[in-house]
Design a binder for this molecule. Structure first.
Ligand code: SAH
Length: 405
């Protein structure tokens, strides 16, 4: 069945059902502002200081010595941010084109170099060593101007990860912090401000048994380890072996080898696969796959009601298992997503309450409450067009003594 699509702003489409659904919560004008913000990166690019290796003020001093402009966040001391430049920048035109895949194009749009795996096609007269090119996103948008670092016929052969185009002018510019020595030695980790609040809401204590049900690539796991001073028993589970490899590498860079246990698991069945964890976990984090409607920048996207509904169903399976794992009488669940629809957020919290969980109100500065009256003062939301952050949702629940089941 083909359903009608509504283009909210250039490149961002919703099917008619999802559009109607979101209109229950946002005006048409708000939806436009929201997607308009999604198309751009936030004005601030955030990283989290690895306080197991350095302090925020020491890292700021080191970065400033390299002439990097960096600030400490007003609300969260280990959060540092770099101003994102480009208002947006005008891109010089080149005669030759390199087509990038969507993910690569979105990084190049913010100033990253284009790496070989992200190249879809290069004009066949492109030569390495100075050929000027424009990098094009799959929707035809020019995201950068740069120089070719490989010949067009090398795309298939150059070793994975090599630079294909060195970016000279991009629509937006985020400092290339991953090239800094301080990144390599694990003094910080790229993480948005809302995502940095999640581990604080979880509030890990030394000695706690903590399960991260969707851990890879390890952003929140590593923060949990950091906040517990490496003294909690942290289980990092994820279904994807590839993403787990990436997580192990990142956490090693952060100096956290041996401070957590990692296993590839489909955690929808964790109660069956790890019966030893049933009723014995102090804190569970669910950061499940979601429809990602808060992730920025996103050049173009199509979302449907069907995908939102099936994703929400999928997310509930983790909540059901978390209920079984947590200790009765105070076990804590934190649930977070980087998406907008209440079906994946407030409605899933209502589902958790139907299992017996009780909501614990959380308060975060410069954020909003829930989109549904019942959760107006208990859960937290960040909106791209209001707070300048990615779109984000966080809720906290506890498993009380009496079980309702
Ligand atoms: N918490 C992570 C991001 C998680 S993204 C961070 O802060 O860095 C969602 C993750 O859920 C993905 O890594 C995906 O592989 C994982 N996932 C999806 N389905 C899963 C399942 N059934 N069981 C366990 N993990 C799953």
């Amino acid at each position: 069945m083909v359903s009608k699509e509504i283009e909210i702003i250039k490149g961002h489409r919703l099917d008619y059902q999802l559009y109607q659904y979101l209109l229950q919560y946002f005006s048409d004008n708000e939806l436009q502002n929201l997607f308009d913000a999604i198309r751009r990166p936030p004005n601030r690019y955030y990283v989290r200081v690895n306080t197991m290796k350095t302090s925020p003020s020491d890292l700021v001093n080191i970065l400033q010595e390299h002439s990097v402009v960096v600030y400490i966040d007003e609300t969260l001391p280990e959060a540092l941010w770099f101003p994102v430049k480009g208002g947006p920048n005008r891109i010089p035109s080149a005669r030759k084109y390199v087509l990038a895949d969507k993910r690569a194009a979105e990084s190049v749009y913010m100033g990253a170099n284009l790496y070989v795996p992200g190249v879809v096609r290069m004009d066949d007269d492109i030569k390495r060593g100075g050929d000027e090119v424009n990098v094009i996103a799959p929707d035809g948008e020019i995201v950068a101007f740069g120089t070719a670092e490989i010949n067009h016929d090398e795309v298939k052969n150059v070793k994975r990860g090599g630079v294909a185009v060195r970016t000279l002018v991009s629509v937006y510019e985020v400092p290339k912090i991953r090239e800094l020595h301080e990144y390599a030695i694990g003094l910080f980790y790229d993480q948005s401000l809302p995502a940095q609040w999640v581990a604080h809401v979880l509030n890990p204590r030394p000695g706690d048994v903590i399960v991260d049900m969707n851990a890879a690539p390890g952003g929140k796991t590593s923060h949990v380890i950091q906040l517990s001073g490496g003294k909690a028993v942290v289980y990092a589970f994820d279904r994807s072996e590839n993403k787990i490899r990436e997580m192990i590498e990142s956490l090693s860079r952060l100096g956290m080898d041996g401070l957590y246990r990692v296993e590839a698991r489909d955690t929808r069945f964790l109660d069956v696969d790890r019966p030893d964890l049933v009723n014995s976990v102090d804190r569970v984090l669910i950061d499940p796959p979601c429809t990602d409607m808060g992730v920025r920048p996103r050049l173009f996207d199509v979302k449907t009601m069907e995908i939102v509904k099936s994703t929400a169903e999928y997310q509930r399976q983790f909540i059901k298992v978390a209920w079984k794992l947590l200790k009765p009488g105070g076990g804590v669940l934190v649930y977070s997503t980087c998406t907008i629809p209440p079906l994946e957020n407030e409605d899933n919290i209502a589902y958790a309450e139907s299992l017996g969980f009780e909501i614990v109100s959380i308060n975060i500065p410069n954020a909003s409450g829930g989109l549904i009256d019942r959760y107006r003062d208990s859960v937290v939301r960040f909106y791209p067009h209001v707070h300048g952050t990615p779109g984000f949702f966080i809720a906290k629940l506890i498993k009380p003594v009496q079980m309702h089941q």
